[in-house]
Ligand binder design. Structure first.
Ligand code: NAP
Length: 477
C-alpha cells in the first residue's frame, strides 16, 4: 500500500504525491487513526485534471481488447488482495466483516463486467431512407468516450461504488479524476495502486482527497470536466446539478425505501431478509429497508418475529467475524438517528426493540404506530431504523410506497402475480423487487432512481451509455 508509516499519498499523473495539509482517517469502531491522507490543494486538483486530459488521446485510442485486458487484470489483483481490501473497508467504514467480503466480491464482479463490456460498446445502423430526405444515404452511429470523468463517491461502499464509476469509464476509453468520501478514502487509493499494477497508463486514473465543498466543487465546476458521476445525498446531488453547467451529469442519490408484506407472503423467507435489509451496514445503504407496509391480518405475527430476529443480531466490533451491526460512520449520525426516533416517539410511535445508543453505535430499532409525516417515514433515515405501518387495502399500501419524494427501489412480498404487477405498474421507482425487499441489487442490472433519487442509471452497460457520446455518421455514396 502506498504509504509510509500511515502517511498515505494521492495518485496524480501516475505519481504518488503529498500536499501541504493532511486529514486523519479513523477506524470507525476503535477510533484509532489508521493513517493520514493529503488534502488536495487547488493546484493538485488542476494537476490531476491536466494529467487526465493529457492521458485521454492515448488511452481512448487503445483498442477495446487492451482496455478489457487491463480491467481483467485489475479484477484478478483485487481477488488476490481480497482479504486485505476487506479489512480496510471494515475499519474505515466500520462495516461488519461479513459485508466487506461481500463488497469486495461484488467489486471484483463489477470490474469483470466492465472488462467484458469494453469489448461490446457499439452503435447501430439507422434506416435513413425512412425519410424521403435520407434516401440513398447510409447512416450509423458510434459511441465515443466523453473525455474526463469527475467521479465523486460516498462513504458507504468505498470499493464497489467507486468501481461502478471507474470500471465503465475505463471500459469506454475515458480518463478520470476521483474524489472519494473524506471519511473513507483509503480503499479508493488502494484501488489506484491496483490499477497501476494492472498497467493502466499513467494519468488515466487520478485520486484526489479533500472536502466535497472545495475539492468536489472544483471538479464539478472545472471547465475540462466532461462528465460528473456522483453518488451521495440528494441535497449535494441537487447542488452539483445546478453548478455543473453544460456537462453530462449522473446522480445516484438516496431513498426511503418501502416494502409491502401481503398476507400470502412467505414469512420464513421475508423476515430474515427484512432484518438484513434494514440493518446491514447500520442501515447506511441507499436501498436500506426503511418503511415496511404489513397487512393487518399478519402484522402481529410479522412484528413479533421481526423483533425476535432483530434481538438475535450481534452488535459491536465489526472485525469480529460474527458481528452483524457495527458503528455508524460518526457519532453525529448516531445522535441524529436517536433524535429522529425520539421525535417519532413524541409524535406517537412505539419502539418494539432498540432505540439505544452507545457512542457511534445505534442499536437496531423497530418502530410501529408510525405515520407518513414522521421523519423516520418521509425522509431518508440512513440509520438502523425500520418502521412498520399496518395497512388494510393493498392499493393503499402501493400508493403509500409510491407517495415519496424518492424513487430508487421498492419491494413486495406476495404470491399473487396480479398484485405483483400492480405494484410494478404503480410505484414510480427505478426498480421493483418482487418477493424481495428494496435491497436487492446485482451489479449489471440498470440501477438508479427517479424523483429525488437521482438522474441516469448505473449498472455497467448503462453507465457506459451515460459515459459515451453518440457520434452519427452519414454517408452519401
Ligand atoms: P454526501 O455527504 O452527499 O457525500 C458524497 C460525496 O460528495 C462525498 O465524497 C462528499 O465529500 C462529496 N461532496 C459533499 N459536498 C459536495 C459538494 N458541494 N460538491 C461536490 N461534492 C461534494 O453523501 P454520504 O453521506 O457520503 O453518503 C450517503 C448518501 O449517499 C445517502 O443519501 C445515500 O442514500 C446516498 N447513496 C446513494 C447510492 C445510490 O446508488 N443511489 C449509493 C450509496 C449512497 P466529503 O466526504 O468530503 O463530504
Amino acid at each position: 500500500m502506498d504509504h509510509v508509516n500511515g502517511a498515505y499519498r494521492l495518485l496524480v499523473g501516475g505519481e504518488w504525491i503529498t500536499d501541504d495539509q493532511t486529514m486523519p482517517v479513523m477506524d470507525k469502531y476503535s477510533g484509532e487513526v489508521m493513517g493520514t491522507v493529503p488534502v488536495a490543494s487547488r493546484e493538485t486538483v488542476d494537476k490531476a485534471m491536466d494529467a487526465a486530459c493529457a492521458a485521454f488521446p492515448g488511452y481512448s485510442a487503445l483498442p477495446a481488447h487492451a482496455r478489457s485486458r487491463i480491467l481483467e487484470k485489475a479484477a484478478r489483483l483485487m481477488e488476490r488482495h481480497a482479504e486485505e481490501i476487506a479489512t480496510l473497508i471494515c475499519r474505515e467504514v466500520g462495516k461488519p466483516w461479513k459485508y466487506p467480503m461481500g463488497e469486495v466480491s461484488r467489486g471484483i464482479e463489477t470490474m469483470r463486467f466492465a472488462a467484458e463490456e469494453a469489448k461490446r460498446i457499439h452503435g447501430e445502423t439507422i434506416p435513413l431512407d425512412a425519410s424521403p430526405t435520407g434516401e440513398g444515404r447510409i447512416g450509423f452511429y458510434l459511441r465515443k468516450p466523453v473525455g474526463v470523468v469527475a467521479a465523486i463517491t460516498p462513504f458507504n461502499f468505498p470499493l464497489n461504488l467507486v468501481v461502478h464509476k471507474v470500471g465503465p469509464a475505463l471500459a469506454a476509453g475515458n480518463t478520470l479524476v476521483l474524489k472519494p468520501a473524506s471519511m473513507t478514502p483509503l480503499t479508493a487509493l488502494r484501488l489506484g495502486e491496483i490499477l497501476q499494477e494492472a498497467e493502466l497508463p499513467p494519468g488515466v486514473f487520478n485520486v484526489v482527497a479533500g472536502s466535497g465543498g472545495t475539492v468536489g466543487d472544483w471538479l464539478v465546476t472545472h471547465p475540462r470536466t466532461a462528465k460528473v458521476s456522483f453518488t451521495g445525498s440528494p441535497p449535494v446531488g441537487e447542488a452539483i446539478l445546478r453548478k455543473a453547467g453544460l456537462k453530462k451529469v449522473t446522480l445516484e442519490l438516496g431513498n426511503n425505501s418501502g416494502t409491502i408484506i401481503e398476507p400470502d407472503a412467505n414469512l420464513d423467507d421475508a423476515i430474515p431478509r427484512c432484518v438484513v435489509s434494514a440493518f446491514a451496514n447500520s442501515g447506511q445503504v441507499c436501498i436500506s429497508l426503511q418503511r415496511l407496509y404489513v397487512h393487518k391480518d399478519i402484522a402481529a405475527e410479522f412484528s413479533r418475529r421481526l423483533v425476535e430476529a432483530t434481538e438475535w443480531l450481534k452488535v459491536g466490533n465489526p472485525l469480529e467475524k460474527d458481528c452483524d451491526v457495527g458503528p455508524m460512520i460518526d457519532e453525529g449520525e448516531a445522535v441524529r438517528a436517536e433524535s429522529w426516533v425520539q421525535e417519532a416517539v413524541a409524535q406517537g410511535a412505539k419502539v418494539l426493540v432498540g432505540n439505544r445508543r452507545e457512542g457511534r453505535i445505534f442499536y437496531p430499532t423497530v418502530l410501529t404506530h408510525v405515520n407518513p409525516s414522521m421523519k423516520v417515514m418521509c425522509n431518508e433515515a440512513f440509520a438502523p431504523v425500520v418502521s412498520i405501518y399496518e395497512y388494510d387495502s393493498f392499493e393503499d399500501a402501493v400508493r403509500m410506497v409510491d407517495e415519496s419524494l424518492y424513487g430508487l427501489q421498492a419491494g413486495i412480498y406476495t404470491r399473487d402475480i396480479a398484485k405483483a404487477f400492480y405494484a410494478a405498474e404503480h410505484i414510480d421507482a427505478g426498480g421493483i423487487m418482487i418477493n424481495d425487499t428494496s435491497l436487492f441489487r446485482v451489479d449489471h442490472m440498470p440501477y438508479g432512481g427517479n424523483k429525488m433519487s437521482g438522474l441516469g442509471r448505473e449498472g455497467v452497460r448503462f453507465a457506459i451509455e451515460e459515459m459515451t457520446n453518440i457520434r452519427m455518421v452519414v454517408i452519401k455514396p
